[in-house]
Ligand binder design. Structure first.
Ligand SMILES: CC(C)(COP(=O)(O)OP(=O)(O)OC[C@H]1O[C@@H](n2cnc3c(N)ncnc32)[C@H](O)[C@@H]1OP(=O)(O)O)[C@@H](O)C(=O)NCCC(=O)NCCS
Length: 187
């Protein structure tokens, strides 16, 4: 088990660290950013303890969500975070979630981060499938998944009580062979 560090052209995906606190709190305290996510806005104290809880986590543990920082390599600042959870019963399957700071959205960072994670996961021997569940109203996330070629597999209707009302969700997934074919087609 080791700490994950992934790099793309503009981004470094690595463990959250103490110096990320101000940047993390900046976007995680914004209700627009957390609107469709399974957690509320964070206070500064909650941001601090969350970062502490993630700092030493390693990649590879079944059933554990690990939240990694997304750093802009040019500025060294945190512009978001992403989470990977390997399935409890089969580590060849994962769920992924991405959050980009409100000031950094729609600049291709979410997509660049997701591509980097998919390339990494599907490079693991035997790795099979990545899925994500999104609120049906989360247009940005749906666009991101569809632009990456994720397939919509499910539509759960009023399956979750969220922010005082019943919400509905889509399930999207990508298989290794689909990702490989997409990469080949884009070459
Ligand atoms: C979803 C999210 C990660 C997208 O990140 P981003 O960096 O803004 O997305 P990108 O700039 O890489 O855009 C990816 C694609 O989605 C589209 N897109 C992004 N935001 C959009 C929006 N608000 N409305 C419509 N399309 C949008 C882009 O046009 C792009 O499409 P293309 O590749 O066909 O050109 C970001 O909006 C976010 O953090 N939202 C809040 C957190 C959240 O809900 N996360 C998902 C649940 S885990």
């Amino acid at each position: 088990m080791k700490n994950l560090i992934l790099e793309s052209e503009r981004l470094r995906i690595r463990n959250l660290q103490r110096t990320d606190l101000d940047d993390f709190y900046f976007y995680r305290s914004n209700p627009e950013v957390t609107k469709y996510q399974g957690f509320d806005t964070y206070t500064l104290e909650e941001s601090n303890s969350f970062i502490q809880s993630q700092m030493d986590k390693t990649f590879g543990n079944a059933g554990e969500w690990v939240q990694y920082g997304i750093e802009n390599k040019l500025t060294g600042r945190l512009i978001g975070d992403c989470a990977i959870k390997l399935d409890q019963d089969d580590v060849r399957i994962a769920e992924v979630g991405i959050t980009i700071a409100h000031t950094e959205q729609q600049m291709g960072f979410g997509k660049e981060c997701f591509i980097t994670i998919l390339d990494f996961l599907f490079s693991i021997d035997g790795f099979h499938r990545v899925s994500e569940i999104v609120d049906v109203e989360n247009v940005a996330s749906i666009r991101l998944l569809e632009s990456l070629g994720f397939k919509k597999e499910g539509h759960f209707i009023q399956n979750i009580f969220f922010n005082g009302k019943w919400g509905s969700e889509f399930q999207y997934a990508m298989l290794k062979q689909e990702w490989q074919s997409k990469k080949k087609a884009n070459r």
